[in-house]
Ligand binder design. Sequence first.
Ligand code: ADP
Ligand code: MG
Length: 349
Amino acid sequence: MRQIPFLIGTLYGGGAVGFSLLVILLFVRFVLYGYNFITVVVYATMFIITAFYSPMFDKLNQKKKLVMSMLLTFFLAILSAFIAIIIADFKVTESYLVDFILVPPIGILFVVYIIETLKDAIIMRSKLIKVEKMEIVSQLAASISHEIRNPLTVVKGFMQLLKTPDLSNELRDKYIHIALEELDRARLIIDDYLTFAKPAPQKIEKILVDQELRKVIDMVRPMANMNSVRISENVVTGCIIGSTQHFHQCFLNLLKNSIEAMPNGGELNITSFIDKDKVVIKIQDNGIGMTREQISRFGEPYFSTKETGTGLGTMVALKMIQTMNGTLDIDSAVNKGTTLTITFPWSNE
Ligand code: ADP
Ligand code: MG
């Protein structure tokens, strides 16, 4: 059986791996059984032939890999027996036939089968994750464009009504007012999802949490001032992987909600720190808070307690956190305030 890891390593890893395994194999063998010239010749031959076929093996499909590894092992077993017979007048016994000629090819077959199946499973898994993430983003785009189409249809309708001859001034003002309101609504929806959208596809890059958080904080500062909300921040540097655009949009939506939760002013506290292998970001407000039911509906599309709310901000934020492999926890009490804890895997490159 000792040939099996040696041959597998050489087939999959190529010459360098194979040679290291050869040295280890011979060393251990000599320590256990003493030096033997035939062993060196046999294993060196095995190494040279296997390493020669290794690049070809790499390109084969699964079935051919199974067949080739088995045939190669079988061929090497026969060749080794011949070498031994020629050099040392070796006697082929029944147990040699079984142990050295029949068992290794079957063993190799099993091991290659297991390796290939596992490899498949790993590739499938990472593909699946990618597809899921793409799906989240395209679902978002679909639901948002649907939401924008409604106000646009209304605007178009009232514009057409404006063309009616002899329209009274009163009605005209009314139509214009409705159209403007609907346009405002479309803008709100776009704000919650597309503020940072660019025509280019999303780039996955390193995000410096402190730097990007400060940018978002600066963006909401005017809004905070208008609502007499004081912002305090204590963010430390930390790196995560994701799309900067998504990161901005996500935190803009969350910070906007926190400020909107304090219509009579208050304190907005943003902190970040590193905990083991995670980057943790906390957003704390002392606003109106949420009931248990509201907490359970956080992130649900179109759930809003505001008069002109879209109910899209938290959904978008939550989905973007998910695509960056992050999590969001809510701790909220009515009239006390809300603390959101967002955790991302830390990338320490
Ligand atoms: P919108 O802000 O348009 O209402 P969101 O999806 O951004 O939509 O938020 C959904 C709902 O979640 C809000 O209407 C509010 O009830 C609740 N919410 C979100 N964040 C907070 C917060 N920091 N404090 C209190 N309630 C919040
Ligand atoms: Mg919002």
